[in-house]
Design a protein around this ligand. Structure first.
Ligand code: KDG
Length: 349
């Protein structure tokens, strides 16, 4: 019911903007296009706003600026604006704005997108993707293309796979050296039922929360911990509110470059080719930068936090605990699709 009310509000908000000709209505200083489907034929420079959850120090933001540079070097008919730190919206709201056509581009983790396209949940099955070579083989091949095509059923197009990275655990309470140490820890997860199920199965007390609320929740100790890749942990300044860092590599999290179908329909053939090529090229840049940054961020974090790595028998205990979760969510995601994903990983080993 809440979701219906919320969607109704979004629709009314969009219609109100359109009614008052609010094509560039300021909203908190952010230009809000009432209609992202302005045709390229209108001759005016078309604005492509990118909404990001992470801040302007991260590989995600820097790669989005790279995308801007690539597009604007090729055409004067497009202008890219990059908004970071959830300035426009959190992940789920930004995706809904793409569906309505009131925002052009967003680049979230796949996890919040699973409520729109369940098949993206394969990446939330813990301990399945284990290194970047396997990741690239699965995502940059036919399986990645097949999955990306499923986004179009939701009024958005996925133009490229970008990288969030391997997720690690932090908390403010205690060192987590075995699965038993997770007992009762209040861990924020992304808004994704598989993440909730996995952390419950490991013995923690998980709570779903939008990324935009996370830092405050850790500061106010409404959650004890969270899990994110090293670049996010370091560049979003989590050592200021978290003491313990545990290397788990429990999930590999992609970012997905999403554009509104309404925006895409309003682009000329030439503009589409420029935008598609830039999303792919900036994606290659993003993966390289993400991996370099993860390595350097870990070295910095080891000097700021109490670090340990889960491996050997302890890692096996973590993996064993989540097996029932993987079995349970195979049916939600689609048994055949999950098996296809696992076969792709097997082939890439
Ligand atoms: O823009 C991306 C972020 O909003 C978010 O997806 C990062 O992995 C993330 C998280 O934990 O929410």
């Amino acid at each position: 019911m809440k979701k219906l009310l919320y969607l109704g509000f979004l629709l009314l908000f969009t219609l109100a903007l359109a009614a008052c000709g609010g094509s560039d209505e300021e909203s908190n200083g952010i230009p809000v296009n009432a209609d992202s489907s302005v045709s390229a034929d209108s001759g005016e420079k078309k604005k492509l706003r990118i909404s990001l959850g992470l801040n302007d120090q991260t590989p995600l933001y820097k790669s989005s600026v790279k995308f801007k540079e690539l597009v604007e070097a090729k055409t004067d008919s497009l202008e890219v604006e990059v908004y970071h730190s959830g300035q426009i919206a959190d992940d789920r709201s930004a995706i809904e704005m793409l569906q309505f056509g009131t925002l052009e581009i967003t680049i979230p983790s796949t996890a919040p997108f699973t409520s729109f396209v369940p098949e993206y949940g394969v990446f939330d099955l813990p301990f399945t993707l284990t290194d970047t070579d396997i990741v690239d083989s699965v995502l940059q091949g036919p399986f990645g293309d097949k999955l990306a095509e499923k986004a179009s059923s939701q009024g958005v197009l996925q133009l490229a796979w970008w990288e969030n990275g391997f997720r690690q655990l932090t908390n403010s309470k205690k060192a987590v050296k075995s699965i038993d140490d997770l007992k009762g820890l209040k861990i924020r997860t992304m808004e994704n039922e598989i993440h909730l199920g996995a952390w419950s199965a490991m013995g923690a007390n998980p709570t779903p929360m939008a990324f935009t609320e996370l830092f405050t929740a850790m500061q106010q100790k409404t959650v004890d911990g969270q899990e994110n890749p090293y670049p996010t942990i370091f560049l979003e300044k989590y050592p200021e509110v978290q003491k313990y860092l545990t290397e788990t590599n429990h999930i590999y999290s992609p970012f997905i470059f999403l554009i509104s179908q309404k925006t895409w329909d309003g682009l000329s053939e030439e503009q589409r080719e420029i935008v598609q090529a830039a999303a792919l090229e900036a994606g290659e840049h993003n993966r390289d930068l993400s991996r370099e940054t993860a390595a350097s961020a870990l070295e910095e974090l080891k000097g700021l936090m109490e670090y340990n790595k889960i491996e050997g028998a302890e890692l096996e205990a973590f993996k064993k605990s989540v097996q029932p979760v993987i079995e349970k969510y195979k049916s939600t995601i689609g048994e055949d699709f999950v098996n296809e994903y696992l076969e792709e990983i097997e082939k890439a080993q």
